[in-house]
Design a protein around this ligand. Structure first.
Ligand SMILES: [Zn+2]
Length: 487
C-alpha cells in the first residue's frame, strides 16, 4: 500500500449534487482501494468554496498546505476527484502547483478518479480542459483588454520577413509543425465550440501563451490563423495577374496538417446555425428554438425591467406575440438546460447511437452518390447537346445550354463536397471523435456559446404552453444540417 494525499474542493455549483464533498470523498477512497493506495483521513484536504473561479492555485490555502505537506513527508502521489476540481483559472494549477512540486518530488503522480494513469498537465487535452473551465462570467474581460492595448502600443520588434505560418517551421522549403502547432489546433478547437475571435484571444492571453509576434493575442491574429488553409496540410497560391479561374493553385497534402479539415466543416456548420438561429453569445439561450405550443409560433425575446425598493431589476423573457404568453428566460433555461445536457450526454455515450449515426451516414452517402451519378449523366447529356448545336451551327441553342451546364457543374461540386463532408463525419463518428465532444459536457462548466451550440445541434424545438408546461423535441438526426448540400 502506497500512501497518498487527496484534494477535494467544495462545489459552488449547487445543481451539481454529484460533486458534493461526501461523494468526491467516496469516489476518491474507492479509487484508492482499487489502485492499492492508502489515504488516511488527515491526508484528505478540503478546500472551501471561496471564489475558486478567480483564485489562482497559489492563493488557495489548502492546495498550498497540501503541497508543503507532500514535500515534508516525501509523498509524491495525490488524487483529485476530477479535472474540474483542480483548476478553473487557466494554467495556475500547472504553474503554481504542479511544476514547482515536481521539482521537489520528481516522481510526482497526480491522479483523478477517472483514470488509472496519472494526468499530465502539460498535455494539450489537459490544457484545453483547464481553459474550458474558465467561465467567461467569472473574469472581467475589460482588464485583459486594457492590458492588451497597452502591450500593443508598446511597439515590439517584428521579425522581418516572417512569412512562415505560426505553428510551422520551414526546412528546405517544406513546412513542419513546431511546438506552437498545439496552440493552433487549440484555437480551431475553441472556435468549433462557438467562441468568438475576441474571446479566444482573451483566453490565450489569460493562459499567458505568447502570440506569434510575442505580444498579446488580438482578435485579428486569431481570425488570420482560422482563415489560413495551410493548417489542413494544403498549400494555396494566389497569382493575382492570372485570369480568375487560374488564379488559385492548390497543392494538396504538401505538408503535415495541424488540424483535421473536419474543423473547417464544423466552423461552416456553426456559421450556418448562427445565420439561421441568431448569435451564439446571447443571454437568450433558446433564441428562435422556443415556440408557443398553443399558437405554434416562435417566441420573441424581450428585456423587461421592474423597480423594487428603488432598485431597478432587469430580466429577459420570451413572449408569444399571438397570445401574449410570457415566460422568464431564466425560468425555462434553469428548468430545461440540465435536461438537454443530460440527454445529449447519454446520447453521446450510447453505442447504439453511434451505430444509428453510422448507418444514417452510410445511407445518406449512397443517396448522395446516386445524385452525383444522375448529375454526371445529365452533364454528359448537355455536352452532347452542345456538340449537336455546334454541328448545326445553332448558336441560340448553344447559348441556352451553357447556363444549364454551369448550374449542373456547380451542383455536382456541391454534392461532391457534401460527400467528402459525409466521409469526414463517418470517420469521426467511427473513431469516436465526434460524440466524444459531448461525452463530458456534464462535468464541464459550459460557457454560453457552448451551451447554445449543443442546443442548436441536438434540439429541434422547445414547446411551452401558457400553463408553463414544457416539451423538448430533440432532432431525430443531428447530421441533417451537417450534410445537406447547400444548393
Ligand atoms: Zn401563443
Amino acid at each position: 500500500m502506497k500512501l497518498a494525499f487527496a484534494y477535494i474542493r467544495r462545489s459552488s455549483y449547487k445543481q451539481q449534487e454529484n460533486n458534493s464533498v461526501k461523494i468526491q470523498k467516496q469516489h476518491i477512497l474507492e479509487f484508492a482501494s482499487r489502485n492499492n493506495l492508502s489515504i488516511p483521513e488527515e491526508f484528505i484536504f478540503i478546500e472551501d468554496v471561496t471564489s475558486a473561479y478567480t483564485k489562482p492555485a497559489n492563493k488557495r490555502k489548502q492546495l498550498m498546505n497540501l503541497s508543503d505537506k507532500m514535500i515534508e513527508m516525501n509523498i509524491s502521489t495525490i488524487v483529485f476527484h476530477d479535472v474540474s476540481r483542480m483548476d478553473r483559472t487557466g494554467y495556475s494549477f500547472t504553474i503554481d502547483f504542479y511544476r514547482p512540486l515536481r521539482e521537489k518530488l520528481p516522481n510526482l503522480a497526480v491522479y483523478t478518479t477517472k483514470s488509472t494513469d496519472p494526468i499530465d498537465p502539460e498535455d494539450l487535452e489537459m490544457k484545453m480542459n483547464f481553459l474550458l473551465f474558465h467561465h467567461e462570467s467569472e473574469v472581467k474581460s475589460d482588464r485583459a483588454v486594457s492590458s492588451l492595448v497597452k502591450d500593443l502600443t508598446q511597439g515590439h520588434p517584428i521579425r522581418p520577413g516572417s512569412k512562415i505560418p505560426y505553428g510551422y517551421i520551414q526546412k528546405d522549403k517544406k513546412l513542419y509543425p513546431n511546438e506552437d502547432a498545439e496552440i493552433v489546433s487549440f484555437i480551431f478547437f475553441l472556435y468549433s465550440w462557438g467562441h468568438s475571435f475576441k474571446k479566444i484571444a482573451f483566453l490565450l492571453n489569460q493562459a499567458e501563451i505568447p502570440s506569434p509576434l510575442g505580444i498579446s493575442w488580438g482578435a485579428s491574429s486569431i481570425e488570420k490563423i482560422l482563415k489560413n488553409t495551410v493548417y489542413t496540410g494544403h498549400l494555396l497560391w494566389h497569382i493575382p495577374k492570372l485570369k480568375d479561374d487560374q488564379k488559385e493553385f492548390k497543392f494538396k497534402h504538401s505538408h503535415e496538417s495541424i488540424v483535421n479539415s473536419f474543423y473547417l466543416d464544423l466552423h461552416q456548420q456553426n456559421k450556418k446555425l448562427q445565420r439561421n438561429y441568431g448569435r451564439l453569445d446571447t443571454p437568450f439561450l433558446f433564441l428562435n428554438k422556443i415556440k408557443c405550443q398553443t399558437c405554434y409560433e416562435v417566441l420573441k425575446t424581450q428585456n423587461g425591467s421592474t423597480t423594487r425598493n428603488g432598485v431597478k431589476y432587469h430580466y429577459p423573457y420570451y413572449v408569444c406575440k399571438s397570445c401574449q404568453f410570457k415566460v422568464a428566460a431564466q425560468e425555462v433555461h434553469e428548468k430545461l438546460l440540465p435536461k438537454v445536457l443530460s440527454h445529449v450526454h447519454n446520447l453521446a455515450s450510447s453505442s447504439q447511437n453511434k451505430q444509428n449515426a453510422l448507418q444514417y451516414i452510410e445511407k445518406t452517402t449512397s443517396d448522395v452518390d446516386k445524385s452525383i451519378q444522375e448529375i454526371k449523366s445529365y452533364i454528359e447529356d448537355l455536352h452532347k447537346k452542345i456538340e449537336i448545336a455546334k454541328q448545326l451551327s445553332d448558336r441560340e441553342l448553344e447559348l441556352l445550354i451553357v447556363p444549364l451546364l454551369e448550374q449542373s457543374e456547380k451542383n455536382l461540386c456541391d454534392h461532391q463536397k457534401c460527400k467528402k463532408n459525409l466521409f469526414n463525419i463517418y470517420e469521426l463518428v467511427n473513431t469516436d471523435k465526434f460524440f466524444f465532444r459531448f461525452q463530458n459536457i456534464l462535468s464541464y462548466h459550459l460557457g454560453r456559446p457552448e451551451q447554445r451550440l449543443i442546443l442548436l445541434y441536438f434540439v429541434d424545438q422547445i414547446l411551452v404552453t401558457s400553463d408553463h408546461q414544457t416539451r423538448i423535441m430533440f432532432k431525430s438526426n443531428i447530421f441533417d444540417d451537417l450534410v445537406t448540400p447547400s444548393s
